[in-house]
Design a protein around this ligand. Structure first.
Ligand code: 5GP
Length: 113
C-alpha cells in the first residue's frame, strides 16, 4: 500500500510543520484553514478512515479525542470548538489516513454543508 500524504510528513519525506507529536499521533496545522484554529490530529497508525477502524484501534481513537480536548484547552478555545472526522467521498474525505479536524476561534455554522 502506498504511503499517504500524512504518512510521508510523519516520516520526514515531505515538509510539514508538526505542532505536536507523541508515540500515537502527530498534529499539523491544516494547510487550508477553515477557522482561525484548524488542526489535524493524525494517528501514527495508518487507519484509512473511522469506518475501517477495528476493536484494536479503540485506545488510539480515544487518544485522538482526548488530545483534541487537551489542545482546545491549551489554545484557550473556551468559547467552543468543533471536532470533525470526514469519512468517504460523501463525507468530504480527501486524505485516506484517519484524522480529526479541530476547528475553533470563530462561531461555526450548523448544519455543515
Ligand atoms: P479531509 O478532507 O480528508 O477530511 O481533510 C484533509 C485535510 O488535509 C484538508 O483540510 C486539507 O486542507 C489538509 N491538507 C491537504 N494537504 C495538506 C498538506 O500538505 N499539509 C497540511 N498540513 N494539510 C494538508
Amino acid at each position: 500500500m502506498s504511503k499517504t500524504l500524512f504518512q510521508k510528513i510523519m516520516d520526514g519525506e515531505i515538509p510539514g510543520q508538526i505542532e505536536y507529536e507523541d508515540d500515537q499521533c502527530i498534529v499539523l496545522r491544516d494547510i487550508n484553514p477553515q477557522a482561525p484554529t484548524h488542526l489535524l490530529i493524525i494517528p501514527r497508525k495508518p487507519i484509512p478512515r473511522v469506518g475501517e477502524a477495528t476493536e484494536e484501534d479503540q485506545s488510539t481513537l480515544g487518544h485522538l479525542l482526548l488530545k483534541a480536548g487537551e489542545l482546545a484547552r491549551k489554545l484557550n478555545l473556551e468559547n467552543g470548538f468543533r471536532i470533525v472526522i470526514n469519512n468517504g467521498s460523501d463525507g468530504g474525505e480527501t486524505v485516506p489516513h484517519l484524522h480529526v479536524h479541530l476547528l475553533g476561534g470563530r462561531a461555526l455554522g450548523w448544519p455543515p454543508g
